[in-house]
Design a protein around this ligand. Structure first.
Ligand code: ZN
Length: 159
């Protein structure tokens, strides 16, 4: 099977059978992100155990890329610490900036698992935001959850 069609199969499989979908309790933070250029939406909750992502639960609607991306992300980040998960998100960002460079995808394959299947999306600037929406939501929710469970020194005071 060709790599591109294998990647498409992985994306379709996550779209049809999303992993970890549904909003669950408990959670420390909930965010709602939209990608207005495509009409994608995701509501995402983060539950931390210490700084480990004990659960990431979500609901969403939109194109197959946006919804498959949340599912693949869920698989990747559950059980990781927030810094590890955000580092993985940075690698996903690198993949999205690769403009379809197969060498970049190959390099990131072990780290990104199924999420490497979105490599082809990097050739289509209009779709990159679809794939990145879930990771933006995770970053946002994790930061909020950490600020709840690990309150910073009471100097800032902003929400
Ligand atoms: Zn989309």
């Amino acid at each position: 099977m060709q790599l591109q069609s294998m990647y498409q199969e992985i994306i379709l499989d996550h779209y049809r059978n999303p992993h970890g979908r549904g909003l669950r309790e408990p959670f420390e933070a909930e965010v709602h992100h939209v990608n207005p250029t495509c009409g994608d939406e995701v509501t995402l909750r983060v539950h931390l155990d210490g700084d480990t992502l004990a659960d990431v639960s979500y609901e969403g609607m939109g194109c197959s890329i946006s919804q498959a991306s949340v599912s693949a992300m869920y698989e990747l980040v559950i059980g990781k610490s927030v810094p590890e998960a955000l580092a993985t998100g940075e690698h996903f960002m690198t993949l999205m900036q690769s403009k379809g460079d197969a060498a970049v995808a190959e390099e990131l394959e072990d780290e990104l698992e199924d999420a490497v299947a979105f490599a082809g999306v990097s050739k289509y600037p209009a779709r990159i935001k679809c794939a990145l929406m879930s990771w933006m939501a995770l970053k946002d929710a994790s930061a909020r959850a950490l600020s709840v469970t690990h309150p910073a020194t009471p100097s800032g005071g902003q929400a």
